[in-house]
Write a protein that binds this ligand. Structure first.
Ligand code: HEM
Ligand code: HEM
Length: 234
């Protein structure tokens, strides 16, 4: 009797998912799963900035600590979503779009996406290290629901705890600065492609609605677009 191979079953599931996503990527759109990852994580990252700003203004005490706990637990949710998103992205390629062949602009956009992924992992990991080095920290739950352990820094000498705290804080702040630079560039580029160059890039990250045609910006002729792209440096 043939023994079922779990590896083959896994590959079949991946192939089925790829076939499902192909319908969307063939239409030059991210799949609904890719879009949900994008907009959920974008909203959570923006929430983290707003919340961090708020918690810095709360007086030292129980309320401030609770504020940091919310920040940490939302951050851990971002970490889990980043793992899911990376796995998804590895099996489902990004769709082709009008901005795929614009030389330095395409390279810059891809590099920006890599840096975003670096932040999605680096911020929660450095935050988690900071939290764990802060005298053990309160127990955390992902999104306030799933229990999450602290890193075992309570068992190491205080000098090492300080070392971890200082490094983790520097990394956290450096990645925050990186995000503050990247987000406006990324959003600006998305809006420029959509409204100025009339490319289909933003459309690919928006859900497919019945009245989708209303969202379509009249497309420029191929000739017009090529000369525009040459002017843009692509
Ligand atoms: C993508 C996820 C995250 C983002 C965007 C983010 C963003 C921020 C921002 C904007 C600040 C304020 C900057 C400052 O105080 O210097 C901050 C501070 C902090 N974050 Fe995060 N964070 C994230 C994840 C986490 C996680 C998962 C934890 C803990 C488990 C955490 C722990 C902290 C702590 C302890 C501080 C205070 C640092 C200090 O006062 O020096 N963060 N974070
Ligand atoms: C905190 C905010 C945001 C973050 C962290 C972020 C992050 C990302 C990442 C990592 C990708 C690559 C997709 C992937 O391969 O997984 C991406 C793609 C994209 N994002 Fe964002 N995004 C943010 C906000 C926005 C906003 C506000 C817009 C629109 C105005 C936007 C428009 C797009 C578009 C159109 C793409 C597709 C680019 C392409 O395939 O060439 N993003 N974003």
């Amino acid at each position: 009797m043939a023994i079922p191979c779990p590896g083959t079953a896994g590959i079949d599931v991946i192939r089925a998912i790829q076939r499902w996503a192909e319908r969307h990527t063939a239409e030059r759109r991210y799949s609904p799963v890719g879009q949900i990852f994008h907009w959920t994580m974008a909203a959570l990252v923006m929430f983290q900035f707003g919340w961090a700003w708020h918690m810095q203004r709360v007086d030292v005490g129980a309320e401030k600590l609770a504020g940091y706990q919310v920040h940490a637990e939302v951050g851990l949710l971002i970490l889990l979503l980043a793992i899911g998103r990376l796995l998804w992205r590895l099996i489902i390629p990004a769709p082709l779009n009008d901005a795929d062949d614009l030389g330095w602009q395409t390279k810059a956009a891809r590099f920006t996406h890599y840096l975003f992924y670096l932040c999605f992992f680096g911020l929660p990991l450095s935050g988690w290290a900071m939290w764990s080095a802060l005298g053990g920290g309160e127990p955390l739950r992902v999104a306030g629901i799933i229990p999450w352990p602290n890193m075992p820094f309570h068992a190491v000498p205080v000098s090492i705890q300080w070392f971890v705290l200082t490094w983790a804080e520097s990394i956290h702040v450096a990645l925050i600065i990186l995000l503050i630079i990247l987000i406006p560039l990324h959003v600006g580029a998305a809006l420029k492609h959509h409204f100025w160059s009339r490319h289909d890039v933003l459309r690919g990250m928006l859900p497919e609605l019945p009245e989708d045609a209303a969202l379509e910006v009249p497309r420029k002729s191929l000739q017009e677009r090529e000369s525009q792209d040459r002017k843009d440096g692509g």
